[in-house]
Design a protein around this ligand. Structure first.
Ligand SMILES: N[C@@H](CCC(=O)N[C@@H](CS)C(=O)NCC(=O)O)C(=O)O
Length: 203
């Protein structure tokens, strides 16, 4: 088994943090995104979408999509449960993970990819207006998330879950995108500090 990794990029980090929470060690194969190694012939043969992470199993099966990879490891190593226990908890975690992906991580990624000069070689064409269109959406969602976190310690309830991983990495990704959590969003700041203090956050 080999995990094709992308260093500081957010999606590969989601999988590394998930593995660290589970205490699972998987051999990593770095893919140098700065050098556009994801677009090489060799890596395109592994993932024609030219994106990381990608997990190659011993029988040659290739899994891509961060959450699909995390679900694979969750099924093999159910403890600690990061996708929830029972129908309701699992659904609430799924809901918050999707919300944090669709309304936070992806819009931040759109801002970064469409406004940062270093991304011009990856995001073709860069559309600065799309970066601008996403800025207010991010601020609106962070406000909604802040109100939710007034009543619970973690993104989806009383327990740390994959939704916290997606959320933490999204907030961390605000820095290179030159975005910030508003001062007034004290609950998001408190939650982010708490999840970032976990040893897995350094993965
Ligand atoms: N939906 C995919 C997204 C994967 C993705 O976009 N990965 C980025 C790094 S965070 C990438 O490989 N980018 C390379 C490129 O855009 O050329 C997932 O969840 O894993």
């Amino acid at each position: 088994m080999k995990l094709y990794d992308g260093g500081r990029a957010p999606n590969p980090r989601r999988v590394r943090v998930f593995l660290a929470e589970k205490g699972i060690a998987v051999p990593l194969e770095p893919v140098d995104l700065g050098a556009l190694a994801q677009k090489s012939q060799a890596f395109s043969a592994i993932n024609p979408l030219q994106r990381v992470p990608a997990l190659v199993l011993d029988d040659g099966t290739v899994l891509t999509e961060s959450i699909a990879i995390c679900r694979y490891f969750e099924a093999l190593h159910p403890e600690p449960p990061l996708f929830g226990r029972g129908a309701l908890e699992a659904a609430v975690i799924e809901m918050w993970n999707r919300r944090l992906e669709l309304h936070l991580l992806f819009p931040i990624s759109h801002v970064f990819r469409n406004s940062h000069p270093a991304m011009a070689k990856m995001e073709i064409p860069q559309v600065p207006a799309w970066a601008e269109a996403n800025r207010p959406r991010i601020e609106e969602f962070v406000g909604i998330f802040d109100r939710e976190l007034a009543n619970r310690p973690f993104a989806a309830g009383d327990h740390y879950s994959v939704a916290d991983i997606t959320g933490m990495i999204a907030i961390d990704f605000m820095k290179p995108a030159k975005l910030a959590v508003p001062e007034a969003c004290k609950n998001v700041r408190r939650w982010h500090a708490a999840v970032s203090a976990r040893p897995s956050a350094g993965a």
